[in-house]
Design a protein around this ligand. Structure first.
Ligand code: ADP
Ligand code: MG
Length: 422
């Protein structure tokens, strides 16, 4: 079967995303490969698909239990049963049973700590390893934002396994990090696939500023100076409204705000006025964008960084659809990323609130301090799921929260990493 057929029949996708085919073909022709593809592109497919064309097991090293769990569940949903995750969650007996039967599995996920256990290495050495995958490979580098000491030892592990064909995956990596990955894994010959985030006609630029006052002043300068129309993104409603006020004072008259707190009629009006050219500048939250198909947007400014790279790419992609030169500027004051940490934590109930619902049987609406709508939805959903699965609901809910927070933190770090590389 060729890779296009496999993609359709085994994975149910019509086409490869940019970088997937290149990576897969590189592996299948026997090259050690380093691929840098943006988060959400589908890096996992880059090893999942070749697994079906190669003899033997695919070993995947992954730094976080949540990522590992995502991957194994995804494979199982597709009907792949030959999947195991070796991590600290396994009970002693489970681990021994798994190690004694490793050759039953096609996909073996491992946390880097597991690779420090001689018994595990011993068991892996008995296998035919078709591919050694290092996910989130930037963790190898001390220059990276997420350095993991355990990852540094992967080069030795790879040697002990007889230097199998290797695929290193990461979302963002500067050249320094890339070199560290190659050295760390002792990859002497490698094919690299780097997918740049830029559309050629959008000049992407990060401007570092001293403090919030500076940033405000710079926004007004830029908006006054740039050719219009344009969009300015903010993380909150109030900031967007205030900016409109300041811009008008500075003489940028045809400007308005747009956010999810406005009623549908007002939102439609702003959208319409922007599309027809009655408005030059929209100060918006991320609510603005879906369905805005305007060809001639000349700039997208981020007053606050988005919580993750995907949103950033999507939002700057609204500039320059007509192919003419356009600008994307991110205004950054060190520490801006903390805002998202704070916002992320606000999305979830805290331990005390979870305890009231799970251990004291208090209804979600009576919990003190009161739960927001999002927090309620989260807590109720996972409480029911825990009860269905018959597991301790308190532990289950707080574990889910940690997983989700961890995932958001990775995404935040990715964008900060990118900022510091600019
Ligand atoms: P990454 O590791 O790059 O962040 P994942 O491997 O977790 O991304 O995949 C992100 C999502 O993209 C998954 O839901 C996956 O099923 C989907 N996906 C992967 N490849 C394709 C494709 N070729 N077409 C459509 N969806 C895809
Ligand atoms: Mg991934």
């Amino acid at each position: 079967m060729n890779i296009d057929q496999l993609l359709r029949e085994q994975f149910g996708f019509d086409s490869f995303r940019p970088g997937q085919r290149e990576t897969i073909e590189s592996i299948l022709s026997g090259h050690n490969t380093l691929s840098m593809l943006p988060t959400g592109t589908g890096k996992s497919l880059c090893y999942q698909l070749p697994a079906y064309l190669l003899q033997g097991a695919v070993i995947v090293v992954s730094p976080l239990l949540s990522l590992m769990q995502d991957q194994t569940e995804q494979l199982k949903r597709r009907g792949e049963k030959r999947v195991i995750a070796l991590n600290s969650f396994l009970q002693y007996e489970e681990k021994n049973a798994a190690l004694a039967n490793l050759n039953r599995y096609k996909f073996i996920f491992l946390s880097p700590e597991m690779l420090q256990i001689p018994q595990v290495i011993q068991a892996l050495r008995q296998l035919q390893v078709s591919l050694f995958v290092v996910d989130e490979a930037h963790c190898i580098s001390q220059w990276g934002y997420d350095f993991r000491p355990d990852y540094r030892l992967l080069g030795n592990v790879r040697n002990e396994l007889g230097s199998p064909l290797t695929l290193a995956l990461t979302a963002t990596a500067t050249e320094k990090v890339r070199n560290d990955i190659l050295n760390g894994l002792q990859l002497h010959t490698v094919k690299e696939w780097v997918f740049s985030v830029n559309r050629p006609n959008i000049a992407v630029h990060v401007e570092k500023l001293q403090d919030q006052m500076d940033k405000q002043a710079r926004l007004i300068e830029l908006v006054s100076f740039f050719q219009k129309p344009g969009i300015v993104y903010f993380s909150g409603r109030r900031a967007a409204e205030e900016a409109v006020h300041h811009l008008k004072q500075a003489g940028v008259e045809r400007t308005a705000f747009y956010h999810g707190g406005m009623d549908a009629g007002d939102r439609l009006l702003i959208q319409h006025q922007f599309l027809t050219g009655e408005l030059d500048v929209v100060c918006a939250t991320s609510a603005f964008g879906m369905g805005i198909n305007k060809e001639n947007v000349r700039f997208v400014i981020h007053y606050h960084m988005p919580p993750q790279m995907e949103s950033y790419l999507q939002e700057i992609g609204r500039a320059g659809r007509d192919g003419n030169p356009s600008a994307a500027v991110l205004l950054y004051v060190p520490g801006d990323e903390k805002l998202h940490e704070f916002i992320a934590e606000m999305e979830f109930p805290d331990d005390g609130q979870i305890r009231q619902m799970t251990e004291h049987g208090i209804a979600a609406r009576d919990v003190q301090p009161p739960l927001s709508e999002t927090q309620t939805r989260f807590a109720v959903h996972y409480k029911q799921e825990a009860e269905r699965k018959n597991i301790n609901p308190f532990r289950y809910i707080s574990q889910k929260r940690e997983y989700l927070l961890e995932r958001k933190a990775i995404k935040r770090k990715e964008i900060v990493m990118w900022l510091s590389a600019e």
